[in-house]
Design a binder for this molecule. Sequence first.
Ligand SMILES: O=P(O)(O)OC[C@H]1O[C@H](O[C@H]2O[C@H](CO)[C@@H](O)[C@H](O)[C@H]2O)[C@H](O)[C@@H](O)[C@@H]1O
Ligand SMILES: O=c1ccn([C@@H]2O[C@H](COP(=O)(O)OP(=O)(O)O)[C@@H](O)[C@H]2O)c(=O)[nH]1
Length: 467
Amino acid sequence: MSRLVVVSNRIADPRKTAAGGLAVALAEVLNGTGGLWFGWSGKIVDATEGDDVHFMQAGPVKLATVDLSQVDHDDFYLGYSNGVLWPVFHYRLDLADFDAGYIAGYRRVNQLFARKLMPLLQPDDVIWVHDYHLIPLAAELRALGCQQRIGFFLHIPLPPPLIVAAIPGHDWLIRALFAYDLVGFQSQADLAHFAGYVESEAHAQPLGDGRWRAFGRTVHAGAFPIGIDVEEFTQLTQAPEAMEMYERMKREYSRRRLLVGVDRLDYSKGLPQRMRAFREFLQKNPDLRSSATLIQIASPSREDVEAYSDLLHELESLCGSINGNFGELDWMPVRYIHRTVARARLPGLFRASQVALVTPLRDGMNLVAKEYLTAQDEEDPGVLVLSRFAGAAEQLREALLVNPYDTEGTAAAILLALQMPLEERRLRHQAMMKTIRQYDVHWWCDSFLNALQEAQAEEKGTSWLRL
Ligand SMILES: O=P(O)(O)OC[C@H]1O[C@H](O[C@H]2O[C@H](CO)[C@@H](O)[C@H](O)[C@H]2O)[C@H](O)[C@@H](O)[C@@H]1O
Ligand SMILES: O=c1ccn([C@@H]2O[C@H](COP(=O)(O)OP(=O)(O)O)[C@@H](O)[C@H]2O)c(=O)[nH]1
């Protein structure tokens, strides 16, 4: 059987919990399959300290990591990945910083990854590259002679062609995707944008069955919405730590109804918009005021990027003014926690909450939406208020779908959620759990890897794309 080699910028010890959907999902996949996980160690070192690969065995998974120098980290991770690709792919051209120096750092780190990974590869390996940090990795590996199957999965949205086309060097970037055998997206909408881009900007020829031909190569592309490990999350929900958390929250909020939000503190998550909608709800419903509390966990993220520190101040000021204007001696409407909460503690909090607010302005998928539903008591489940702009909305049609830019509409959905009759809550929850169970993380992994196997079988013998 082939060995699975996963490559991503962010990696985590699969035996421990991590914040961030990519690390959570890949840890779950690799725990099942075993294999090699290659990525950044999370460490920034002096450029003179060398670029050795560090190895660690974590259960069935071998972790191989490289450190980054300060300048590489700044240009590759903060600069090009999170200062250009992240905002543009989340439709935020206004937040992009098109500093011409970043792209060289992006290419440098992709070349470093290729150079360090190449000697670790075995002839039969299947290589699965993840996310926007590593788009050119396959082309760099091919340039070094790599002939193994290589698949790529984009965890974040792909915007419409004319938004991608605003990136200086966008043609280079998308051309690099043709060095992969298979490219996977979170949603049908992202896949349609890919098709639109390659046909209009790269004059690719559509061959049908999810195949496009350009630059002398055929690439296969498809939508593979990522899921969660339902069994693992159910066990986490039943574990003593989660039950204890659940009991504590129930006791503490016995006279109140809880709403919950759990997000990285990221502008794509629509946190200020969510707070404004909650404020609108409090304003419009004075009778419900002292009975509803929103717990918002905002896990620190990418704090060295300017747009993120601006967001922190905006959110703190909004939470402060809502509590100042609506709070009572015995009740505060918002509990804002600017820390990462261990994943094992989340199911108890989710189960104790009548409503989850998952209202990103754009999101590749959003695993929190699926985790919230999985943690519910199916006899008395809570209600998911979900942004129509999250990838998850393509699958979870029975959520209360909202436009997060529409403050009044979202406030009205919060009211509807708090007043929804039990029977309707059950029916909606049941329907969504059916989808979550069917398209879980194992389905995601198996369907992508099967498609990758089929894609390469067809392509054997064609030339490799060079950047
Ligand atoms: O690694 P960081 O810079 O700390 O950021 C954390 C991760 O954020 C993004 O997650 C995405 O992947 C999720 C799983 O597919 C998806 O549900 C979510 O919508 C995405 O935002 C990012 O894509 C990852 O690379 C980061 O590791
Ligand atoms: O304080 C936190 C915040 C988030 N998470 C986990 O991090 C992941 C977030 O993934 P999601 O797809 O929702 O968004 P991302 O952060 O990847 O954009 C989920 O598994 C959460 O349970 C966590 O464990 N603690």
